[in-house]
Design a protein around this ligand. Structure first.
Ligand code: GDP
Ligand code: MN
Length: 371
């Protein structure tokens, strides 16, 4: 689960990493109050679970409480990168002398936590790694050994010398946060240098969904999760949001993954995918379609179901109910248990199922491109 910035900031603050003062506002009046209390220019930051907010207009500077209130009015309730903005962090604005990057993630091929550092932060680390690979250093840390001094010295060899002690101290705190919260990723970007001190201006934290229960997670509720993901989970399904135009519904993780691959191979881009799981009845299928279509990103729906314990007639009924009266292009492949009955139901409602996954993928991609 990816935490929202305000929750990630809380995690960092709890292990002693400096963050700019401020608070969370859910209304323009609250934004005004926080800005007035700070008595300084502030930044307003939209709390959505995606990066790149800066470029998308989700990070705005306000010189006065009145301006903060006016901007908050604009930002709250607006949609940023597909998410509704429900709250804003209102933070004292700082003027960094430099922006660094520091992250700690799980390197699955090395089977170790891996620190990443760059003196050139503020932009996406993937971008820096592509354009200036010499400006990114990596240091894997054996979990039982922990972040020993020699490893951290090697990691920060790229850093300006006067900052190295502070960076090493910070890296140890990041390590502590990583372990305590059972994170997959803890990332500070930008890590700002202000008057010789380091401040975490942004916080990206991804927790292991299967983390053990513990009091440290109190106050970091599931509110950070993607609302559609949470809705699917509550209904016993898995949903993942992606970037493209084709909504994908299938049953079973393997089939759904294969469907994604076929769509991508055929030149398309999945908007999301949803796994209705095994043995889904019409009601759950209907709910699944609703979740896929909810944020309006899917321009085409591609359904790929292999009936085993899942019955094709139930799936067909759910699809017909969910899609009635919608003029969305739909491609359906439905084979297995009760296939004939399923086809009859679909054809009765005007849907013509395709025979193979490959055919389905090609048709879905063509539809998504308006062919
Ligand atoms: P992201 O784009 O979603 O990663 O959001 P960030 O929190 O990283 O903010 C984007 C950019 O806004 C940062 O790279 C900074 O350059 C800038 N920014 C954020 N907070 C401040 C601040 O307090 N002062 C100044 N001057 N810039 C800020
Ligand atoms: Mn950032």
């Amino acid at each position: 689960m990816r935490l929202l910035e305000w929750q990630g900031r809380e995690v960092l603050a709890r292990v002693g990493i400096p963050v700019p003062p401020g608070g969370l506002a859910r209304s323009p009046a609250e934004a005004h109050r926080i800005a007035a209390e700070l008595g300084k220019p502030v930044v307003l930051k939209a709390q959505v679970p995606v990066g790149g907010r800066g470029k998308a207009g989700g990070v705005r500077l306000a010189q006065s409480p009145a301006e903060a209130e006016r901007l908050a009015q604009e930002m709250l309730g607006s949609t940023l990168k597909g998410f509704r903005v429900e709250s804003l962090l209102v933070l004292e604005a700082v003027t960094p002398r430099a922006e660094h990057y520091l992250g700690l993630t799980l390197d699955r091929s090395r089977r170790m936590p891996l620190f990443l550092y760059s003196p050139q932060g503020g932009v996406e680390i993937e971008e820096v790694a592509r354009q200036s690979p010499h400006l990114v250093s990596r240091e894997a840390v054996p979990p039982l050994e922990g972040p020993s001094a020699f490893r951290l010295r090697r990691l920060f060899a790229l850093a300006p010398a006067p900052l190295r002690p502070a960076l090493m101290d910070l890296a140890k705190k990041l390590w502590q946060a990583f372990l305590t919260y059972e994170a997959h990723l803890v990332e500070i970007n930008p890590l700002a240098e202000v008057d010789g001190k380091l401040w975490a201006l942004d916080a990206k934290v991804i927790l292991d969904d299967d983390h053990s229960p513990g009091p440290q997670f109190e106050g970091l509720s599931e509110a950070g999760a993607d609302p559609l993901e949470a809705e699917a989970k509550a209904a016993g399904m898995s949903y993942v949001r992606l970037d493209g135009e084709i909504g994908i519904l299938g049953n079973g993780a393997g089939l759904v993954m294969a469907t994604l691959d076929l769509v991508v191979q055929a030149g398309g881009r999945p908007a999301n995918f949803l796994d209705i799981g095994g043995g889904a009845r019409a009601e759950r299928v209907k709910k699944g379609v609703e979740i896929i279509l909810k944020d309006g990103r899917a321009k085409v729906l591609f359904v790929n179901v292999f009936g085993g314990i899942t019955r094709c007639d139930e799936v067909a009924r759910g699809l017909v109910e969910a899609l009635q009266g919608k003029d969305l292009p739909v491609v359906i492949r439905l084979v297995g248990t009760n296939e004939e009955e399923g086809r009859r139901i679909l054809e009765g409602a005007g849907f013509v199922p395709v025979r193979t996954m490959e055919e389905g993928a090609a048709r879905a991609v063509a539809l998504s491109k308006g062919v």
